[in-house]
Ligand binder design. Structure first.
Ligand SMILES: Nc1nc(=O)c2c([nH]1)NC[C@@H]1CN(c3ccc(C(=O)N[C@@H](CCC(=O)O)C(=O)O)cc3)CN21
Ligand SMILES: CC(C)C(=O)C(=O)O
Ligand SMILES: [Mg+2]
Length: 269
């Protein structure tokens, strides 16, 4: 009986060690088969709570339930072999207290077999980040534009336009790093602030709408594939899946109406 050689997944310390080195490649994925493709080229894959908006038509990420994150997280872990899989903790699953956060993060890790969780917030979440990491749960932090707080921020607003706010963002970055986060997403902040934070802290920064100076980059897969009906300015669109799907669906509709489908190839005799 031959024993299958199992490729080892990228580990949390391997990501952390990339500070100042080769840029870290990351995308979101919510789905086993697309994750398998992303897995070939990404260092880590994020099962983002953006899935509420992208997959389920919600207007924000605030309504995303824990069980939905777990279902998509499990699918992505099953579909991949190589990349570290990080699952977003959804709104309401971690803010109340470190012990609530631990219980829900442990549930995510047990039920999905992912390698780490991500949560939003800087200095205010530092105690929770420390509580989780000291108990075996690697945490990726997320500061700047934090979509789960969009109701407080008054929408999805780019951060750091007013230089007076920079000190608070820098303190957030330092706080999550000191608390033990292995990396931090910098979302939707002016470029010089993201570059400055990247130089200041010892953990990798992962930019989205941030800076090319960040230690890595992440985008929502559907956005960069050209499948999203709208995208923020920070998205570079690398594909045209939306057009490709429409063309295929249109051809199929034509074939059904003309009875060209199914043909001899697609029927049983
Ligand atoms: N499809 C998708 N892509 C994302 O990147 C994403 C989600 N969904 N959902 C969760 C959050 C929400 N995100 C967003 C959503 C909108 C803007 C946006 O409209 N930004 C304005 C900037 C406005 C300003 O500068 O204040 C833009 O014009 O890009 C940004 C990030 C990022 N995340
Ligand atoms: C945009 C990334 C960083 C995210 O948090 C998500 O997709 O939910
Ligand atoms: Mg998210």
């Amino acid at each position: 009986m031959s024993k299958q050689v199992k490729t080892r997944r990228t580990t949390v310390p391997q990501i952390a060690a990339r500070k100042g080195g080769d840029p870290i490649v990351s995308l979101t994925s919510y789905h086993a088969h697309t994750a398998a493709i992303v897995d070939k080229h990404a260092d880590f894959i994020l099962v983002g709570d953006s899935l509420g908006m992208v997959m389920h038509g919600m207007e924000s990420t605030v309504g995303v339930p824990l069980d939905l994150m777990i279902m998509h997280g499990r699918a992505v872990v099953k579909g991949t072999q190589k990349a570290l899989v990080v699952v977003d903790m959804p709104f309401g699953s971690y803010e109340e207290s470190p012990s609530v956060a631990f219980r829900n993060a442990a549930k995510i890790m047990k039920e999905t077999q992912c390698g780490a969780v991500k949560l939003e917030g800087g200095a205010r979440m530092a105690e929770t980040i420390r509580f989780l990491t000291e108990r075996g749960i690697p945490v990726m932090a997320h500061i700047g534009l934090t979509p789960q707080s969009s109701h407080v921020m008054g929408g999805f607003k780019t951060q750091g336009r007013d230089e007076d706010t920079w000190a608070a963002h820098e303190a957030d970055a330092q706080a999550v790093s000191d608390a033990g986060a292995f990396a931090v997403v910098l979302e939707g902040m002016v470029e010089p602030l993201a570059a400055k934070i990247t130089k200041q802290i010892p953990i990798p920064t992962i930019g989205i709408g941030a800076s090319a100076e960040c230690d890595g980059q992440i985008l929502v897969l559907e956005d960069m594939l050209g499948l999203s009906p709208w995208t923020p300015k920070f998205v570079k669109v690398y594909g045209n899946l939306g057009e490709m799907i429409e063309k295929a669906v249109e051809e199929y509709a034509t074939d059904v109406k003309s009875r060209a489908f199914p043909s001899e190839d697609e029927i049983y005799r």
